[in-house]
Design a protein. Structure first.
Length: 442
């Protein structure tokens, strides 16, 4: 059984390679790999025994996990070099302030909108925290959640913001801290501003620095393209694991929460499209171009690992300014996540509020919740990222119990796929809108 499973897996990999070579359509091949992986995984769960499935997934993860690790390998070099290169090509350092303000504004405003949509979904579906049954996994998750809450409560907002500033850029380049990506962005920005300053004093020296940085940027970009060509295979392997390990009984028990979450996620994709349309950008053409990146985000459940794909899509397919693409991709992976830091904690807060005697649908409570969600989304990177941390921060700020975060652990992976795709799309939307508004399209 194990040999047959791996043989079929290898055969489908070969077929995906043939399809991509013949069509040269990455998005189409990624989508086919996603569907085949989910179907193959579901079939494996139904016909295989537990031992065989575990062993098969260990081998299959060499492709899926290996691809994710390759993307993680190039994240820091890509962020550092591409931002440095983009800034050295700017005419003046003042453009950085405009870019940062525009990107962060879009991320935070859309997160607030996402929170409001999450609140509406809870009301429409009549969701509540009462009556949820805690199994063994859920109880264990509750313990972990409460432990993390103590860690988060000990971290003040000033301390969180201070952690963004790198004290050792070489350590940050290794990803040593939860805020390493933002720290590398800040270090790259300072280095880029220094290069612009040198150019004003010595044009020849500035040009040599810019030429060297651009050469290094092209080398890293070529490495990124090599890795991105492996996307269909990585997505296929990752989706096999999703299909083979999802507990369908848990999904059915919490079906209303899953359905309402995905409706909220879909509505936010519509909001992104509407914002693009109002800015004179075709949402249809936009989504056609970004679909391969969204497919990987969906299957990998990692905004950080999607950064290389995010930047390449923005610069090569959407024509966004490189500086804006880099800022929006990196900031969007840790700040203002529409799915993980917007929809999810807002839904949990509204579901829990009635259990402690609070009416969550008063104007004052909704306004407070939306504001708390937006502000908290700015600091999630300081405590490690993810929807769980976002929920802990929001619930703790509002003085609500945290048990529900652990109770939903059984369906967390399924919803997290859609949330991650929305997070990444929010970052690309912020980059595209900022390039349009600041008239910095390539």
């Amino acid at each position: 059984m194990l040999f047959l499973t791996l043989a079929i897996f290898a055969l489908i990999l070969v077929l995906l390679g043939y399809l991509y070579k013949k069509t040269q359509k990455l998005g189409q091949t990624v989508f086919i790999g996603l569907v085949l992986g989910l179907g193959f995984g579901a079939l494996l769960q139904n016909i295989g025994d537990e031992g065989t499935i575990k062993t098969a997934l260990d081998w299959i993860n060499l492709v899926g996990g290996g691809y994710v690790r390759l993307l993680q390998m190039i994240v820091m070099p890509l962020v550092f070099v591409s931002i440095l290169s983009a800034i050295t090509r700017l005419n003046e350092a003042r453009s950085l302030g405009k870019i940062s303000f525009s990107v962060l504004s879009v991320l935070l405003v859309t997160t607030a909108i996402a929170a409001f949509i999450g609140i509406i979904m809870v009301q429409i579906f009549g969701l509540t925290a009462e009556g949820l049954v805690a199994g063994e996994r859920e109880l264990a998750a509750q313990t972990r959640v409460l432990g993390r809450a103590d860690q988060i409560n000990a971290l003040s907002v000033p301390a969180m913001l201070l952690s963004f500033i790198p004290k050792n850029p070489f350590a940050e380049l290794t990803g040593a801290n939860p805020t390493s990506i933002i720290s590398v962005v800040i270090f790259s920005a300072f280095l880029g501003v220094a290069a612009l300053s040198l150019r004003k004093e010595n044009q020849e020296l500035g040009d040599r620095i810019a030429q060297g940085v651009e050469t290094l940027n092209k080398l890293v970009a070529r490495l990124v393209r090599f890795v991105i060509r492996l996307t269909p295979y990585g997505v296929f392997a990752l989706m096999i694991k999703v299909g083979a390990t999802s507990k369908w009984a848990d999904i059915l028990n919490l079906g209303s929460f899953i359905i309402s979450s995905y409706i909220a996620i879909f509505l936010m994709f519509v909001v992104h499209g509407l914002l693009l349309f109002l800015s004179g950008i075709s949402p249809i053409q936009y989504y056609k171009k970004v679909m391969p990146t969204l497919s990987f985000a969906f299957s990998s459940r990692s905004s950080a690992a999607t950064i290389p794909l995010n930047i390449e899509t923005q610069t090569d397919k959407l024509g966004n300014n490189p500086a804006i693409a880099n800022f929006s991709a990196t900031f969007g992976a840790t700040i203002g996540q529409n799915g993980c830091a917007g929809i999810y904690p807002a839904m949990l807060a509204v579901m829990i509020a009635p259990t402690v005697g609070i009416d969550p649908f008063t104007v004052s409570y909704i306004a407070t919740l939306v504001l708390v969600v937006a502000i908290s989304s700015f600091g999630i990177a300081g405590v490690g990222g993810g929807a769980t941390f976002a929920a802990i921060v929001v619930l703790s700020t509002l003085g609500l119990p945290l048990e529900l975060v652990g109770l939903l652990i059984s369906i967390e992976p399924l919803i997290d796929m859609g949330r991650t795709a929305l997070n990444v799309n929010g970052a690309m939307t912020a980059g595209t809108l900022s390039s349009k508004w600041l008239k910095l399209k390539e």
